[in-house]
Ligand binder design. Structure first.
Ligand SMILES: [Fe+2]
Length: 311
């Protein structure tokens, strides 16, 4: 089996991510304001998107500062043995699950030392949403309907889309996640200052890296049903006394509408809508572009890696 070949990519998507944070009560209220449903499980906090039966975030309590605990991916059905062989060829061992994590699937470490869970399971279906009908460009799809009455009805996150991590070695990490685990490069900015990876046809990126001095968690991003949902979510967060964050805007790479809120630990959480969908013919490029096509400039702290250095 040749990994990374069409139709044989091993990772099929991002399942959830886990952070260690100092205070679960702080995390709980923040994630609820963001629009996730939270629950306590075995002393940890789990968060899900309304209407989707899949953990999206796991938070364990501990330490003086937030740190990335692990990332979890779904893999192509029946490919765990092939992944084990691929990891062995790369010299990456299988590890025990980190504290507070489930034993399911296969666990390894990426070259930065971040634990990675590989789950042979189908991703849960995102919450169903209504088809968008737009009167834009030459299209006239919505006739006789007052959109303002419906625009605020369904605004909460429906699925985790992607996460981006800081790394001091984006080239090495990209090699690992593509050659060993079967993701593909979607695009790069500034020769690898930012690298976006995909899992085959679907979202432009499900994972990626931002070059930094040391490893860390930058942001996770959740799809909402519409651009209205992004703006209404931002309004909801401001109404609850949260920082205004960054947005509304449209990204360059990936093209999605976005709004980011700073989380309580110096990293970010994003709502997105209208992300580019790629196919098997997608050709990766290297782009010298700012992160946004329009919208205000990112906060000066947007690329600050406040995570403590690892031991
Ligand atoms: Fe994002």
């Amino acid at each position: 089996m040749q990994f990374g070949a069409k139709g044989e990519d091993m990772i099929t998507g991002l399942h959830h991510y886990a952070l260690r944070v100092p205070d679960l009560a702080v995390a709980d209220s923040f994630l609820q304001d963001f629009g996730l449903q939270t629950a306590e499980r075995s002393g940890s906090l789990v968060a899900r998107c309304p209407g989707r039966g899949q953990d999206q975030v796991l938070l364990i309590e501990g330490g003086p500062a937030k740190r990335l605990h692990y990332v979890s991916f779904t893999v192509h059905p029946g490919s765990l043995d092939a992944i084990r062989e691929s990891l062995a060829r790369d010299g990456a061992g299988v590890i025990d699950p980190p504290a507070g994590a489930a034993e399911d699937g296969l666990w390894t470490r990426d070259p930065d030392g971040t634990p990675v869970q590989l789950l042979d399971t189908e991703p849960a279906k995102p919450r169903p949403v209504a088809e968008g009908l737009f009167n834009v460009g030459a299209g006239r799809q919505r006739i006789g309907v007052a959109q303002w009455r419906a625009a605020a009805e369904d605004v909460l996150p429906r699925r985790l889309g992607h996460t981006l991590l800081f790394t001091p070695q984006p080239g090495r990490l990209t090699d690992f996640y593509t050659t060993v685990l079967g993701l593909r490069v979607s695009d790069r900015i500034h020769g690898g200052a930012v690298t976006f990876l995909n899992a085959g046809p679907g979202d432009h990126h499900v994972f990626g890296f931002i070059a930094s001095t040391h490893p860390g968690f930058h942001h996770a991003s959740f799809e909402v049903p519409s651009i209205d949902a992004i703006a209404l979510g931002a309004q909801r967060m401001r109404g609850r006394g949260r920082d205004a964050g960054w947005g509304l805007g449209r990204h360059t790479i990936g093209s999605n509408f976005f709004h980011y809120n700073p989380d309580p630990w110096g990293s970010w959480i994003e709502w997105f809508s209208d992300i580019d969908q790629i196919d098997d013919c997608w050709v990766a490029g290297d782009h010298d572009v700012p992160p946004h096509l329009w919208g205000g400039p990112p906060p000066e702290t947007f690329l600050a890696n406040r995570e403590p250095h690892r031991e």
